[in-house]
Design a protein around this ligand. Structure first.
Ligand code: NAD
Length: 486
């Protein structure tokens, strides 16, 4: 099977330059870095290895463009987002192939991600016209109070490799709808999807400088974005460690921060759960994208009475999953993103087995960065996978007795992004939903990500929300107008 990009993706979508002020640009030094296919290790493309100087030029371009963009009507901004969305959907298969080649997830999942990416362009095109201000009844007869919601200015966006397309639009669409301009730094492992999306934005009529894409070294680009007083908001999705670092780097210029960080999602199966639904949900929430999403289950907490039945049914479903190159039909689990990710998965499994976990299926390295879908029984809280995000296709099953114990175990983590539970008891639904310390809760449901709902975490999983009408708030400022002499 050919893994050459040109065989799969139209030339218009293959970009090997960054986009600054509407110009496809190389690094000042001419330096480039390689983008590889995680399924085969082949080099797919070389893109510019930019740093602080190019980032600074992009910020200046964004500042100029933002003033003009904010002066356009909301309908005009919406039209550009709608055209961009149409072009993304017209190119859905090509964008999905590009995504699978640079990132590894199965083609069907990649296609789903492109649809999800497009959904933000439509939703925020619609929301552009609903960025309403307010009037507040004033304290005296001769005064009035009005509140405007204005674009914050230049927004910096830094995205991860696990959703190379959807994280671009989840950030860019609300920012652009609000009248901001964006300097985007995509993950260095997966910049090609971001560049392809930018090519379509350009074709949709996005003015020069409103969406800039800077590829290259994260430290240098990140430091420049954080240090610049012209950048008024930073929207970051990635690990908690890098989120903490960026918060500190933004402190001197006091930026508005939106941080979507790591998770350690619990998935609780109570004795009264619908077993079939719980097993289906468990497979979906764990093995989607080889376990490499921030809301993938990290810990299955299973009540004593259903533990054996759940474990048997779940393990037999997991053992049937097909692992392979995501470009092949029928593949359900692709490779891990790189050797570092593979090493972490192997270390977590070895640590669990050393500490008494039972290997029920998998536990094998399958060559390259492929790892067999794995289930570990009798996991306990002292194991690394209880406290750290494994980010791979490994399910750890913990036993519990009472509801209160499940809640205590579920909340025993510094993270608070997603959580799931399965039960048919309506009273328990409310009790558990209210007590889980997470920003999102799936109740008899394993799917959380949808553009119309607020996505985000509590505790050390982040600050702010993306998606839904709340997503716009990250990119607007309130301005209070006090009118006197009336
Ligand atoms: P990462 O933090 O290593 O990288 C994320 C982005 O930050 C990349 O673009 C990277 O280049 C950049 N980066 C790294 N170091 C930087 C620095 N010093 N300065 C500026 N930028 C820097 O994370 P990752 O490995 O790409 O992604 C996996 C992590 O992201 C997981 O922890 C996962 O849970 C989290 N994640 C969270 C969400 C969410 O919405 N909460 C979504 C997807 C992934």
């Amino acid at each position: 099977m050919s893994n050459t990009l040109e065989d799969w993706v139209p030339a218009e979508l293959l970009r090997d330059r960054g986009l600054i002020d509407g110009v496809w640009t190389a690094a000042d030094t001419g330096a480039e870095f390689e983008v590889t296919n995680p399924a085969s290790g082949e080099v797919l493309a070389r893109v510019p290895d930019m740093g602080a100087p190019e980032t600074s030029v992009a910020i200046e371009a964004a500042e100029r463009a933002q003033r003009l963009w904010a002066a356009r009507t909301a309908s005009e901004r919406a039209e550009v987002l709608f055209r961009w969305r149409d072009l993304v959907l017209e190119n859905q298969d090509a964008l999905a192939r590009l995504l699978t080649l640079e990132q590894g997830k199965p083609f069907a999942e990649a296609r789903g991600e492109i649809g999800y990416a497009a959904s933000f362009l439509r939703f925020y095109g619609e929301e552009a016209r609903r960025i309403r201000g307010e009037t507040i009844p004033s304290a005296s007869a001769d005064t009035r109070i009005v509140v405007l919601r204005q674009p914050i200015g230049v927004a910096a966006c830094i995205t991860p490799w696990n959703f190379p397309a959807a994280m671009i639009t989840r950030k860019a669409a609300p920012a652009i709808a609000a009248g901001c301009a964006v300097v985007m730094k995509p993950a260095e492992l997966t910049p090609l999807s971001a560049l392809a999306l930018a090519a379509l934005a350009e074709r949709a009529g996005m003015p020069a400088g409103v969406l800039n894409i800077v590829t290259g070294g994260p430290q240098a680009i990140g430091a420049e974005l954080c240090a610049s007083p012209a950048v008024r908001a930073l929207s970051f999705t990635g690990s908690t460690d890098v989120g903490r670092l960026l918060s500190a780097q933004c402190a001197p210029t006091v930026k508005k921060l939106s941080l979507e960080l790591g998770g350690n999602a619990p998935f609780i199966v109570f004795d009264d759960a619908d077993l079939d639904a719980a097993v289906e949900g468990a497979v979906l929430s764990k093995y989607r994208h080889s376990g490499q999403t921030c809301v993938c289950t990290n810990r299955f907490l299973v009540q004593d009475g259903i533990y054996d039945a759940f474990t048997e049914r779940f393990t037999s479903r997991v053992a049937q999953l097909t692992v392979g190159n995501g470009m092949l039909d029928g593949v359900q689990v692709g490779p891990l993103i790189d050797d570092r990710a593979l090493g972490k998965v192997q270390a977590h499994v070895a640590d669990a087995l050393d500490n008494g976990a039972k290997l029920l299926t998998g536990g094998e390295h399958l060559g390259g960065t492929f790892y067999a879908p794995t289930v570990l029984g009798e996991a306990t809280t002292g194991m690394r996978l209880a406290t750290e995000e494994t980010f791979g296709p490994v399910a750890a099953l913990f036993r519990f007795g009472e509801e209160a114990e499940a809640i205590q175990l579920a909340n025993d983590t510094e993270y608070g992004l997603g959580g799931y539970f399965y039960t048919r008891d309506i009273g328990r639904v409310w009790r558990v939903a209210e007590q889980l310390e997470t920003g999102m809760v799936g109740i008899n449901s394993a799917m959380l990500s949808v553009e119309i709902a607020p996505f985000g975490g509590v505790k050390q999983s982040g600050i702010g929300r993306e998606g839904s009408h709340h997503g716009i708030d990250e990119f607007v400022e309130l301005k209070y107008l006090a009118f006197g002499g009336i």
